[in-house]
Write a protein that binds this ligand. Sequence first.
Ligand SMILES: [Mg+2]
Length: 387
Amino acid sequence: MKVTKITSYPIEDSTGRGYFFVKVDTDAGIYGLGEIGIRNWGKAIANAIDHLAQVVVGQDPWATERLWQKMFRGGFFPADKVYSCAISAIDIALWDIKGKSVKMPVYKLLGGPVRDKVVCYPHTQGSNLKSLIENCKKAVDDGWKFVRWGQPETGGLLEAPGEAVLEPVESIMLAVEQVEAVRKAVGPKIQILLDVHTRLDPPELIQMCRDLEPYKPFFIEDPIRSENPGSYKLLRQHVNLPIAAGEQWSSKWPFREVIEEDLIDYARIDLCIVGGLTEALKITHWAETHYINIVPHNPLGPVSAAACVSLCMASTNVGVQEMPRRPGSYASDLFPVQVSWADGYAWANDAPGLGIEFNVKAAEKRIVDPTGWPPQLRRNDGAFTNW
Ligand SMILES: [Mg+2]
């Protein structure tokens, strides 16, 4: 079996939500699917995929490790985030092909099952305290065991669409008020996750975590920016809450320091940025030697979700899986079969490969320009700050 073609599918679903999928074809009539983690860099990543196709087309799709090494290192300069996104999608598609070619689900090829199902958390943010509490209570009523929302903005939409204000000291006061109110509303058995989303610097974060301790959040996510993993040493000395980080890291290498020095409690591996299942599996096993559990980052579509759930079903060290919305409740015309979900848990289907189905014809009608920008945040003084 040989790879014959790699095609990019930057598409929108019927609600206008964007995705970037990659389809890898073979001469055996089997294809695999992958997904891109940073869709807004669409054209650059589409070009990287075309470039990497020169390495992968004509090769045996079973040689995932060899192809990963060639894709990551073949240009002599180690792959950056644009290339690692492209590598991720191609690698996940190759694993899908491997499973389909031997009629086995990917989680079994990875060593699973370790567990029957994977506990997941949804996104439950609200535009104000009342709607946040309502959304969290609704999630609990729907069966989810976790609630999660982001570090609050302190000013709404401004003159420019998609632009808002985040002033750190005001934001941490709001966050503490939110966590206290949600804890009261959902009770002690539901886990609370606060995603700081790299919006704070260490002194603000340390103060906020002290104030949050009585409400026992399950973890604090991405407490600071990701460029300098060594900064987590400072947090470790002053923060008494579990820390989750890693969704912006694009290979095993940035994870090295935080795993080896026990600087994080949960590894937020993004399979569609980090280098696919091949790289995520290595990080997961490495984290196991430090009793660090994985919480795969999955804000994307059905292919990412299926790859994450497959990894969690094959890994012993899993905290919880991000699953923004219930699988099957969105983009179901594009993906008529997605991972299964019930009562707050997801599991991979026992169908070959990733166990999902893709409507290629429907996708071809939904191609869009993937290049764009996320919402932009600024401080009260006008300075840029992370979204
Ligand atoms: Mg996050």
